[in-house]
Design a protein around this ligand. Structure first.
Ligand SMILES: NC(=O)c1ccc[n+]([C@@H]2O[C@H](COP(=O)([O-])OP(=O)(O)OC[C@H]3O[C@@H](n4cnc5c(N)ncnc54)[C@H](OP(=O)(O)O)[C@@H]3O)[C@@H](O)[C@H]2O)c1
Length: 330
């Protein structure tokens, strides 16, 4: 099968499209024929060699242990292991592979009990590859214990995590203020934001309002800039470590002092996460914002674009299969 392989850390130039053996499912696994995947900021981080030692130890200290990246996937079940009971051949499925990656390929094995579910009704494959960003977004919202009527400010609401966070926060009944650049004001309003602030025209930290939660969805601001925005029991979270790992340090300090001002929750994957996202998608409360689509053969260009940190929502990779039958229109 065709796969996008990297054998050393580096720029998108190190990616190679290669023929590799098709994986064979174990007894508890399914083989997914991948139709769509994404290039996410996580993939970009793994390609370059993640700076955090604990991630590097898992991914390979000097060179990558897992040669194929790609977390989000949507496709069809091609084969099932002998013990699999919940999926059948040809079924349309979606999900993510946060531990083993591997979705930048024509086929991917997933454990039956893993982060995989039947496709949400009414979605195409390339609209369903939103789980990773939405999973991160929901981890933060659940940690905030966001509930009806609470006020949340989402900074950087135009990325994969931010667009999902706006929609999920609305599904929890929160009042959402989204902070984005001018070009994204209409987008975040269309996703349900009650108020949109243009960070290029206005200093959002000076608005005369406080919030129950402030989420920095792009890791570009800090707790110290945002603390005036927090109400008496307000909590700040960010999706990135922050300068000198300050979000991790401040979160630890918050726990020690029980001030609960800064939280840095780590997402935990489970099948229930995908079931939850599927339910939100089918309820029309969550959909993907697709910025660009690339064929698998042009995936290095997709990485180059995602690395600019300028994408809106997600960047989809469409996986055409070399063994697909050719239907002549005549
Ligand atoms: N994607 C994931 O699943 C994932 C998982 C874990 C952690 N993370 C981390 O979480 C962060 C966000 O990830 P993401 O994938 O959601 O990001 P992303 O999609 O790459 O975010 C890009 C968006 O952020 C906006 N942006 C860029 N600079 C900004 C700034 N200074 N202020 C406000 N908005 C800005 C960009 O629009 P404008 O420049 O026009 O404003 C663009 O629309 C990244 O630091 C990433 O490493 C991501």
């Amino acid at each position: 099968m065709k796969a996008v392989v990297y054998t050393r850390y580096g720029s998108p130039d190190v990616l190679e499209i290669r023929q590799v053996p098709k994986p064979e499912p174990q007894a508890n696994e399914v083989l997914v024929r991948v139709h769509a995947t994404t290039v996410s900021r996580t993939d970009c981080g793994m390609l370059r060699g993640h700076p955090a030692l604990f991630v590097r130890l898992t991914m390979g200290l000097l060179r990558p242990k897992r040669p194929v990246l790609g977390m989000d996937f949507a496709g069809t079940i091609e084969a099932v292991g002998s013990g699999v009971t919940s999926f059948k051949l040809g079924e349309r499925v979606f999900g993510m592979s946060p531990e083993n990656f591997g979705a930048h390929a024509e086929y991917l094995c997933m454990p039956e009990e893993g982060t995989i579910a039947a496709m949400p009704l009414g979605f195409d494959f390339d609209e369903a590859v939103i789980c990773e960003g939405a999973w991160y977004a929901d981890t933060y919202l659940k940690n905030f214990e966001l509930s009806r009527g609470q006020k949340i400010l989402i900074y950087g609401a135009s990325g994969a995590i931010g667009t999902a966070a706006v929609q999920l926060a609305k599904s929890y009944g929160a009042e959402v203020t989204a902070v984005v650049a001018t070009r994204h004001l209409d987008l975040v309003k269309s996703l349900g934001a009650d108020r949109a602030i243009d960070y290029t025209a206005e200093d959002f930290t000076r608005i005369d309002e406080t919030f129950d939660c402030v989420l920095d969805a792009v890791g570009k601001t800090t707790f110290f800039r945002c603390r005036k925005l927090l109400g008496p029991r307000g909590v700040f979270s960010a999706t990135d470590l922050g300068p000198w790992w300050q979000n991790v340090l401040l979160s630890s300090w918050s726990s020690i002092t029980r001030s609960n001002r800064v939280a840095f929750p780590m997402p935990k994957s489970s099948g229930a996460v995908i079931d939850f996202l599927k339910a939100r998608m089918e309820a029309r409360e969550l959909h993907g914002v697709v910025d660009r689509r690339y064929p698998l053969d042009s995936i290095a260009d997709a990485y180059r674009y995602v690395e600019t940190a300028q994408k809106t929502g997600i960047v989809v990779i469409q996986v055409a299969h070399t063994d697909e039958p050719f239907f002549d229109a005549d």
